[in-house]
Write a protein that binds this ligand. Structure first.
Ligand code: IVH
Length: 718
């Protein structure tokens, strides 16, 4: 039996020596990947398991502890590109705890070490463990002089120029701070910034990043600080190195002083007095975790009193006064049982991996999206490799899945060593699995490249496309019909009864009439009942008059989302004008076509999709039937010519007191303005209510015009 599968208690001394050698090599390998290349190969949990096994064997055979044991090292040796910085005080690591019992043991060991009785209460701080990179920032006489990464704990890398680009980190401290101050904390990338960056990479056809931590690490290791500056890194201060003078005598108060000095500190840090309170805070932080805009992987507990910290001191690589209570890992290994194809409203075939259920970060994951044919092959949107050596995904493969926040789980990589001998490359279907029509990848006319999406050509014939269309039609931003959810649509669609069937949108509005003459009563069908049927009819009838943009959006024209629908409604005013213009634009030339393309925010691809939609007689037929049931209202036309804000991009921020956000948006749009969610160089006006923060700051920074609610009202009233 290989030594690695033998329980620690059963190891002979020879086995133990072999095992420790293996573990030293393996941990060093993963350290190098993690710290040096920012490309981890195994999950954090598995890495921790290796280290724990090493610790357990060493505890049993202390004589075998190796010079190069992972227990003697912190992180990896610094990489060569940056100048080395020897830390004035070593940057230590934290011991990990994984269970409530571990935490109780930690607290008990602190009491024991200090010779305290349980009734002589010791306070602890508890705060999130930020999943970023630790940084030591040194200030002399109030000025930032050096910033260094942890490196091997003794020597780090000098990344001062890069750290200076981080807005959140003060370059100067207020008067009166100690002459030497070394603030330590975590540099990280916000989840939202990470997603935005990846979106941009995707739009540019570049390879996307794996997670915020690696991206932050990569961003810091840039030799060109301009690249770092473009990456929006952030910082939380939570510790310190050398201090010529200690400004407070507890952990909590020192960190609060850091806040006064201008450092961001984590708002979830608390000072607590009992194990029960500590564990309750751990649970609370765990619950908040999905909503935080940064990744955390546990909660750090520290003895609050600095005097007691001093007394407790350090073991070889970690303090005795602190521990990290880790969350269950958010990556896991599992196997691909099947690959299924889902067919969407526009006919797109999306492959989904059905996985052997696995818990990832406390949530059971059974599916992961595989996006498209190329993704399964290991290729990105521009044909670039997205996995090591273009690993493709096959049924039967063992894969690493990751769940980041609320995002749909992703397959990170394939464990090639575990691929079954008979696993064949996945053959992407050539026909729609629902209706059997041909499924094709269109070629982009301009670039000549194949589109990444494979589409069913069945159109209305395809049950999947038809039901997805209906589900879109009744969805919240379209017709918003309460009581008609996905389940009900499937039921009505499949129904064989003429008086119950809903196959197209107009059928929704004729249902009540058809029911009146029928013997098969909806209220007698399980899951409906008299009251809910009454409510359903009321909900349907309420939508017989509908805003034009909702009507257009509900049609489900490819590429026409809510914003485009609003642009169309605003430009054409009435449905009749719009439909007539689309018909006229059919040759893809002439005035009507040019007018459509001239609408700001509508590009050629979108314009073409709309015109093509109206060329399909079946679409026109369904809409005509729909129009005998439903009346789209005339859109409020912008008073474009004499509105002082027409064509301007406006951002509302802060808590608005004079109007609701929706109201402000609608009004601005009706005056021909575009309302945006974030401030950029393209913003013309920022309207700030009380409590406005970063958006207002950004506007000022960019020299964008800012005003309060009253000034805005005065402006639009002329
Ligand atoms: S305290 C001597 N507090 O976790 C102890 N560390 O595994 C100094 N980390 O190297 C560290 N959040 O990079 C501390 N709130 C927090 C933390 C934190 C993240 C990181 C830090 C450290 C590693 C230890």
């Amino acid at each position: 039996m290989p030594t690695e599968s033998v329980a620690v208690e059963d190891l002979t001394i020879d086995d133990a020596a072999t095992e420790l050698a293996r573990l030293a090599k393996e941990v060093a390998h993963h350290d190098a990947l993690y710290h040096g290349k920012d490309q981890p190969e195994i999950s954090d949990a598995d890495y921790d398991a290796l280290k724990r096994r090493n610790d357990a064997i060493e505890a049993r055979f202390p004589a075998l502890i190796r010079e190069d044991s992972p227990s003697r090292r912190v992180g990896a040796a610094p990489s060569v590109t940056f100048a080395p910085v020897v830390h004035a005080r070593p940057m230590l690591s934290l011991d990990n705890t994984f269970s409530q019992e571990d935490v109780q043991d930690f607290v008990a060991s602190v009491y024991r070490f200090l010779g305290r009785l349980p009734d002589q209460s010791i306070a602890f701080t508890a705060e999130p463990k930020i999943d970023g990179l630790s940084m030591s920032i040194r200030y002399e006489n109030g000025r930032l002089v050096t910033a260094a990464t942890r490196g091997d704990g003794t020597t780090g890398e000098n990344v001062t120029a890069n750290i200076r680009t981080i807005k959140e980190i003060p370059k100067e401290l207020p008067r009166g701070v100690p002459a030497v101050v070394e603030v330590r904390g975590e540099v990280y990338m916000a989840k939202s910034d990470f997603m935005a960056l990846n979106k941009q990479m995707e739009a540019e056809g570049k390879q996307t990043y794996v997670n915020p931590r690696n991206t932050a690490a990569g961003s810091l290791r840039q030799l060109d600080a301009k690249v770092t500056a473009s990456r929006k890194l952030k910082f939380f201060a939570y510790a310190w190195g050398e201090m010529s003078d200690m400004p407070a005598d507890t952990q909590f108060d020192t960190v609060q002083l850091f806040k006064d000095w201008g450092f961001p500190v984590n708002p979830l840090m608390k000072r607590l007095n009992s194990v029960a309170d500590i564990l309750a805070h751990y649970d609370d932080i765990g619950l908040k975790r999905p909503d935080l805009d940064y990744d955390i992987d546990g909660v750090v507990y520290k003895v609050d009193s600095l005097e007691l910290q001093q007394r407790l001191g350090f073991r070889s690589r970690s303090p005795r006064w602190a521990t990290a209570h880790k969350f269950p890992a958010e990556q896991a290994f599992t196997t691909v049982e099947k690959i299924e194809i889902q067919v969407g409203r526009t006919g797109a075939l999306t492959p989904v991996a059905r996985l052997t259920p696995v818990t990832v970060g406390g949530v059971v994951v059974t599916n992961a999206t595989l996006h498209n044919e190329d993704y399964i092959k290991g290729l990105g949107n521009s044909g670039e490799p997205i996995r090591d050596e273009e690993h493709d995904i096959r049924i039967g493969d063992t894969v690493i899945v990751q769940r980041a926040g609320d995002v749909i789980p992703q397959v990170l990589d394939v464990v090639m060593e575990k691929r079954p001998a008979d696993a064949a490359p996945y053959e992407f279907p050539k026909r729609c699995p629902v209706c059997g029509s041909h499924a094709v990848r269109e070629r982009n006319e301009k670039t000549g490249k194949l589109d990444s999406v494979t589409r069913c050509t069945g159109g209305f014939v395809c049950r999947a496309q038809a039901t997805e269309h209906l589900k879109h039609f009744v969805s919240r931003n379209a017709f918003d019909i309460e009581g008609l959810g996905s389940k009900q649509i499937d039921f009505f669609f499949e129904s064989e009864e003429e008086a119950l069937r809903i196959r197209t949108a107009p059928d929704i509005f004729t249902l009540e009439r058809r029911q009146q003459n029928s013997l098969t009563k909806l209220e007698n069908i399980e899951g409906f009942g008299k009251v809910s049927v009454g409510k359903l009819y009321a909900a349907i009838n309420e939508r017989r008059s509908i805003a034009l943009h909702r009507f257009i959006y509900a049609l489900g024209i490819r590429h026409v989302g809510e914003t485009t629908a609003k642009l169309l409604a605003r430009s054409y005013g009435t449905y009749e004008t719009f439909a007539a213009a689309m018909k006229e634009a059919a040759p893809l030339s002439g005035d009507a076509w040019n007018d459509l393309n001239a609408i700001e925010g509508i590009g050629e691809i979108v314009a073409r999709a709309i015109v093509e939609f109206y060329k399909e007689p079946r679409n026109v037929e369904v809409i005509s039937a729909l129009l005998s049931e439903v009346t789209p209202q005339e859109a409020e036309r912008p008073v474009t010519s004499d509105s002082p804000v027409s064509g301007k991009t406006v951002v509302f921020t802060g808590s608005l007191e004079k109007f609701t956000r929706d109201e402000a948006k609608a009004k601005a749009e009706s005056l021909g303005a575009k309302v945006a969610g974030s401030v950029s160089k393209k913003t013309d006006i920022v309207v700030a209510g009380p409590g406005a923060g970063s958006k207002l700051d950004k506007a000022r920074e960019l020299g964008v015009q800012t005003m309060d609610e009253d000034e805005w009202l005065a402006l639009i009233r002329g």
